[in-house]
Write a protein that binds this ligand. Structure first.
Ligand code: F42
Length: 352
């Protein structure tokens, strides 16, 4: 199980760099930086992180093809890959419809947009030309000038040849799709190296895995080629009560409010109690909100608890096919303590 961490660049980038250095020292494999235009810019944050770390894989989690062209995302990722000695990854999803429409950006054919942009970036990051007449992208001629291509070797270590010449490609930059809906899960499983799923409970992954498997089979791929990633709301403490002292309940409230009823029913949640949470959030009543969040809601939408409770949940996720677990903010009532505790108590368990 790979262990990743997510940060939101709503704080000065120096803080993100400090937390990421701590995460790297603590043994995390990946850092994912969220992308919302109203926060600090994701690629600026990744540049600072790349220059200040040595081992951790890093990338946007997730950018979208509507507010930035995949050509620019590919160029940014190749630049970060160069700066970081080959540690760049890309996370791309549909983006947030409400935010994009506020910017006057049309959110048309989101699944096609994500799938086409993954293919677009695969070609550009390996240094190839991309020409495409798709549902969303009509690309006449795109190619990056900065990719350092190297000979591709076959299984025996010999250079692969085509038309008498060695095949050359840039270093691989894994591309992950942020996906929730059934169509997005299936279609991106046909092309992506990983899938980032915003969920914390094995029930949601059982359902997601069916769609991922459909996509993988249809594309003739092996499920092992996909890093199935749980992008989970997470809070650890010495006790469950301590873990709940930070913002974990507020995060759960937003997930409850944003989830369709079908998801609430999947987790056997009381719809009246969920509607109460929606109402309080709608009024901006954050004082009464924590008391309206039930244990069942927390269990459905977050991983919260002491070391043993967190380990058990991550193991359960592994059993249904999760191969990377990303601890999403809040992480713990105090971020630095949470990162250190995960480094001491969780990561060694999964790396042994
Ligand atoms: N969004 C951000 O803006 N910033 C972030 O940092 C961010 C991080 C993140 C991390 C993990 C993750 O899983 C999601 C994350 N998101 C972030 C949210 C992400 O950008 C998306 O908003 C979110 O994943 C919701 O997308 P979805 O996978 O559910 O797909 C949407 C488009 C959807 O509704 N899909 C449905 C489905 O079944 O998959 C409906 C599909 C649909 O619209 N179909 C149309 C049709 O006609 O059938 C379109 C067909 C076509 O060609 O596209």
């Amino acid at each position: 199980m790979r262990i990743g961490i997510e940060f939101v660049p709503d704080k000065p980038i120096e803080k993100l760099v400090t937390w990421t250095k701590l995460a790297e020292e603590s043994g995390f494999d990946n850092v994912w930086i969220t992308d919302h235009y109203n926060n600090r810019n994701v690629w600026s944050a990744l540049t600072a992180i790349a220059l200040n770390t040595e081992k951790i894989m890093l990338g946007p989690g997730v950018t979208n093809p509507f507010h930035i062209s995949p050509a620019l995302t590919a160029s940014a990722a190749v630049t970060i890959n160069e700066l970081s000695n080959g540690r760049a990854v890309i996370g791309i999803g549909a983006g947030d419809k409400v935010t994009l429409s506020g910017l006057g950006i049309k959110w048309d054919k989101p699944v096609s947009a994500v799938v086409e942009s993954i293919k677009y970036m695969q070609k550009l990051t390996e240094g190839s030309k991309f020409k495409h007449d798709g549902k969303v992208f009509k690309v006449k001629n795109a190619k990056l000038a900065i990719v350092k291509k190297e000979p591709v070797l076959d299984a025996d270590g010999n250079p692969k040849m085509k038309d008498g010449k060695p095949v050359k490609k840039g270093p691989k930059i894994p591309i992950y799709a942020g996906a929730q809906g059934p169509m997005m899960l299936k279609m991106t499983a046909m092309v992506a190296d990983g899938i980032l799923i915003n969920a914390s409970h094995p029930k949601d992954f059982e359902i997601a895995m069916e769609k991922i498997k459909e996509g993988v089979e249809e594309a003739g791929r092996d499920l092992k080629e996909i890093d199935v990633t749980a992008y989970a709301s997470f809070s650890i403490g010495d006790t469950r009560e301590a873990a709940l002292e930070g913002d974990a309940k507020i995060v759960v409230a937003f997930i409850v409010a944003g989830s369709p009823d079908v998801v609430l029913e999947r987790h056997d949640l009381d719809l009246d109690a969920c509607n109460k949470v929606r109402g309080l959030l709608g009024e901006g009543n954050f004082k009464d909100l924590p008391d309206a969040i039930t244990d069942e809601m927390i269990d459905a939408f977050a991983v919260v608890g002491n070391k043993d409770q967190c380990i058990r949940r991550i193991e359960d996720l592994g059993k249904v096919g999760v191969t990377q677990f990303v601890v999403g903010s809040p992480i713990g009532p105090k971020k630095k303590d949470g990162i250190k505790q995960i480094g001491k108590e969780i990561i060694p368990y999964f790396k042994k």
